[in-house]
Design a protein around this ligand. Structure first.
Ligand code: SF4
Ligand code: SF4
Length: 268
C-alpha cells in the first residue's frame, strides 16, 4: 500500500479470478504494509473503529483521520491519519501486528487486492472492479495458498462491509461519473460528511432537531435507527441520496414544513 510503488495494473479482476497469497506473522515483511499507506475509511469502518476505541464518531474522526477529496471528484473522504515517524506508520500497527485487527478497515481486509471505488489513484474509474496492489516488499505472493477473489472476500469478512457500505459506494461511484462541472456545494459536502462519517452527530441531528417533525418516517424505521447503528447508517446514506438526487421513498411532512416557513417569515 506504498503510494510510490503501488499501481493499478491494467488487468481487472472479477470475483472468479484466482491468485496465490498468504499472510502470517512469520513472513519477513510482517506489518510493512501498514506503513506509508493511504487508507480510505468507509462509513462502516468508522463505526467499527470508533466503537472498538470507545470514542464518539466526532472524536474518532478528529484524532485518527484526515479529510481528503476523492480524486476526480469533490467528494469528501476520510483516510487514516498516519504517525509522524520515519515510516509514516498506521497508528494501529505494533511489532506484533494490528491492534484493531478484528475491526480493521475494508481496505486492509481486501489487501493485497484493491477495489476501484476505494482508490484515490488514476485508473480507478466509475465502475467497480478489483486489482492487485503489487508491492515489491509484500512476500505473501511467494506463499502457496490458492484463492479466488470471491473466497478471499468471504474469508476476510469484507462481503459484510461491502453490503453495509453499498449506498455510500454507490454515491462515490455515481459522483465519479458526473461531468466535471457538476460540483457539490459546501453545504452538500457537510451533509455528506455528517450522514456518512459522523454517525453520532447524525443521530443527534435526527433525534434532537426538527428532523422527525419535518419528515414522514415510519414508526418501525424510527425504532430500527434508534437501536441499531448499521440501520442508522443505511438510513443516513438513503436520506442523503434523496436530498441530492430525489431518489428513494422519503417524504416531507408538508404541514410542518409550511408551519416552519411561516415562523421563519414572522421572525424576519
Ligand atoms: S488498521 Fe491495522 S491492518 Fe490496517 S494498516 Fe493499520 S495496522 Fe495495518
Ligand atoms: S505478506 Fe504482504 S500483507 Fe502480509 S505482512 Fe507482508 S507485506 Fe503485509
Amino acid at each position: 500500500m506504498d503510494d510510490k510503488t503501488a499501481e493499478i495494473l491494467p488487468q481487472r479482476f472479477t470475483l472468479e479470478n484466482k491468485f496465490k497469497f498468504k499472510c502470517h506473522k512469520d513472513v519477513k515483511c510482517f506489518t510493512k504494509c501498514c506503513r506509508g499507506i493511504n487508507i480510505m475509511l468507509t462509513p462502516y469502518d468508522i463505526i467499527r473503529l470508533k466503537n472498538r476505541l470507545d470514542l464518539p464518531s466526532d472524536q474518532f474522526l478528529s484524532i485518527y483521520t484526515d479529510l481528503q477529496i476523492l480524486e476526480k471528484t469533490d467528494i469528501p473522504v476520510v483516510t487514516i491519519k498516519l504517525m509522524d515517524d520515519e515510516e509514516k506508520s498506521c497508528p494501529f500497527v505494533r511489532d506484533e501486528g494490528c491492534i484493531v485487527y478484528e475491526d480493521r478497515p475494508t481496505t486492509c481486509r481486501y489487501y493485497p487486492l484493491g477495489v476501484a471505488s476505494l482508490s484515490h489513484k488514476e485508473g480507478a474509474d466509475a465502475d467497480d472492479f478489483f486489482f492487485f496492489v503489487n508491492e515489491p516488499h509484500c512476500l505473501g505472493f511467494e506463499e502457496d495458498t490458492d484463492w479466488t477473489v470471491k473466497d478471499w472476500r468471504i474469508d476476510q469478512g469484507v462481503d459484510i462491509h461491502d453490503d453495509v457500505n453499498a449506498e455510500w459506494t454507490d454515491l462515490v461511484v455515481r459522483k465519479r461519473s458526473f461531468p466535471s462541472n457538476v460540483q457539490f456545494s459546501d453545504k452538500s459536502k457537510q451533509m455528506f460528511f455528517l450522514a456518512n462519517y459522523n454517525i453520532d452527530k447524525f443521530r443527534e441531528f435526527v433525534f434532537e432537531s426538527t428532523f422527525l417533525q419535518l419528515h414522514k418516517i415510519k414508526p418501525e424505521t424510527i425504532d430500527a435507527i434508534k437501536n441499531d447503528e448499521i440501520e442508522l447508517l443505511k438510513f443516513a446514506a438513503s436520506w442523503f441520496k434523496w436530498v441530492m438526487f430525489k431518489q428513494g421513498d422519503f417524504e416531507l411532512n408538508e404541514t410542518e414544513v409550511e408551519k416552519r416557513k411561516k415562523t421563519e417569515e414572522n421572525l424576519e
